[in-house]
Design a protein around this ligand. Structure first.
Ligand code: GDP
Length: 221
């Protein structure tokens, strides 16, 4: 169902990159703790409960690597992951959109995310997760505004594709692509994924490997 076809070589490169053992590097609560920006970086953003931890775990093929973060009071952190043999970081950004989050938490989130997006030259793409059942919600539009403002390249990735019927998925894919086309910083190709069934996971792996290769993060191999 994804709206982009990858070649067999690209899919194989994605598979190879994610067959290696991904590891947790560190949690970054504020920017002074960021690792030096000497590797290509890609981040995952989305509303709390969008399925971000499940998607990262599905990508790396490890259940517990990204921990679920759906506790409103939880500390807002950027979580860094790396893999041997690639000059690449994957970053799990703190979720957003809790109706009951205290203002101080929302402010802290905004400061961290805004500063991170603006000040991270090695960040080549944000995978912007959207629940396939719900589409874009007001908090997502806020996140898009931050990414637009920072001129960070982002790509919509639908999650929980297994929860809706194929024709509904086709419709939301099209609608999301239309919305992305209105934003200069957004990549118009939208991927549909399910961490539950594995739909779209090889494609997202291939996209990450392709981008990593473009940025010279995969070394000679
Ligand atoms: P996070 O807060 O964005 O990290 O979201 P989680 O990964 O913790 O997922 C939130 C809830 O959605 C959990 O109950 C997951 O089991 C469920 N979930 C996540 N991904 C999928 C999916 O692809 N399909 C289905 N059916 N449920 C999912």
């Amino acid at each position: 169902m994804p709206a982009q076809d990858f070649t067999a070589d690209e899919l194989a490169a994605g598979e190879a990159l994610f067959a290696r053992g991904w590891q947790f590097v560190k949690s970054v609560p504020s920017l002074e703790f960021l690792p030096s920006p000497d590797r290509t970086e890609m981040a995952f953003a989305g509303r709390s409960n969008v399925g971000k931890s499940s998607l990262i775990n599905a990508l790396v093929g490890q259940r517990g690597l990204a921990r679920t973060s759906n506790t409103p009071g939880r500390t807002q952190e950027l979580n860094y992951f790396e893999v041997p043999g690639a000059a690449l970081f994957l970053v799990d950004m703190p979720g957003y959109g809790f109706a009951k989050a205290p203002k101080a938490k929302v402010d802290a989130w905004t400061r961290l995310v805004k500063d991170y997006l603006r000040g991270r030259p090695s960040l080549v793409r944000v995978f912007f997760l959207i629940d396939a059942r719900h589409g874009l919600k007001p908090p997502d539009l806020g996140m898009m505004a931050l990414m637009d403002e920072a001129a960070v390249s982002y790509q919509a990735v639908l999650t929980k594709a297994d929860k809706i019927k194929p024709h509904e998925l086709a419709r939301i894919l099209e609608k999301t692509a239309e919305e992305m086309a209105k934003h200069a910083a957004a990549y118009t190709v939208t991927l549909a994924t399910s961490s539950q069934t594995g739909t779209g996971i090889p494609d997202l792996r291939a996209e990450i490997a392709r981008l990593a290769a473009v940025h010279g993060a995969l070394g000679g191999g």
